[in-house]
Design a protein around this ligand. Sequence first.
Ligand SMILES: [Zn+2]
Length: 379
Amino acid sequence: MLKLRFLAGALVLLTGCSSARRGATPNYSEQPPIAAAPQIETEHITELPALAPPPQTLPEAAHAPVGHAMNAWIPFNRWTEEHKAGPVQRISGGTVPAFALKAGNGLLIFRAYTQVAYWNSMEFYLGFAPEMVNGQPVLHSLDLAKNIEPLLHPLVLPAKTNRVIVIDPGHGGSNLGTRSVLDGSHEKEFTLDWAKRLAPLLETNGWKVFLTRTSDVDLSLTNRVNFADACKADLFVSLHFNAAPSPTDHDEAGIETFCVTPTGMPSTLTRDYEDDATLVFPNNRFDAENLQYAVQVQRSLLKISGAKDHGVRRARFMTVLRGQNCPAILVEGGYLSNPREARRVAEPAYRQKLAEAVAKALIERAEPKEESAKSENGK
Ligand SMILES: [Zn+2]
């Protein structure tokens, strides 16, 4: 019974991409059970079956050839000179000196021997703690290529015509997700509501929006990836809420955004999964865009919600991200194990704020002048 319901749900959702109707009502929530008008905008599933076959026949990941991963320590001053990224300033001395790089689009701050670094005051994790050689900071080549360089370039959104986003409300059906410490409400309800609030905001701003689920159904992680493939997504955003690992911990709070760990780098979250750094996932083709989207969405969420910054993080075990053939991020919008945060998430007005924050990050950037005026008003 459960399985049948699940399959029917998956078919409804997957055929949603083939219909891709545009009209007065948002297409994300108005999917017909069967593609009603295949002659309209069928390009989204050209030569793809409605339900893609399970990918067990194809390796989800390959191992990088020996020597693939760059593995060198590079003097940061030399690198910034070569990349015309401006001078590096030592901003504090002592045994753990800190350094700043003021780039065209942001300020980078990092400390020697410390993995946590800051981009525009927002936390992110270097793969390797910077070292000091002859009084100068040296960074790992992978951090320079996969973290620093993407940050120095502004995110370029896909063209406004026909850009496709798949929003993935985490969990669903018998897959409840975590529970609110207040009243036992399920994560799956909040993620679906968040997604439904986000969809129209993006639809009116140049995105064609698809939801992996529009009702209380479960969908396997692999099918969520297949769904994005069938939609020919330009971006995949999975929405979740968090819980502290220990059931007695009610203090942990904040918002964090994940993307796949680049090959060669250690993850910031492993959750007891093996973290094999030699793996190359389909989604690793988008390492730079993943980070740029993650940073932009995380920044917008923090600004609008005022929540604690839990950082932009990397993980390798997230099936819903690593198989994606487009840039992909996963947002944890707060801790339902924290009473204060759970209370906020339970408020529809706060979930609307979270939706507005994600939308704002994914629509055309405001002119710098306008943005600073808005942020001042916002405070
Ligand atoms: Zn979740």
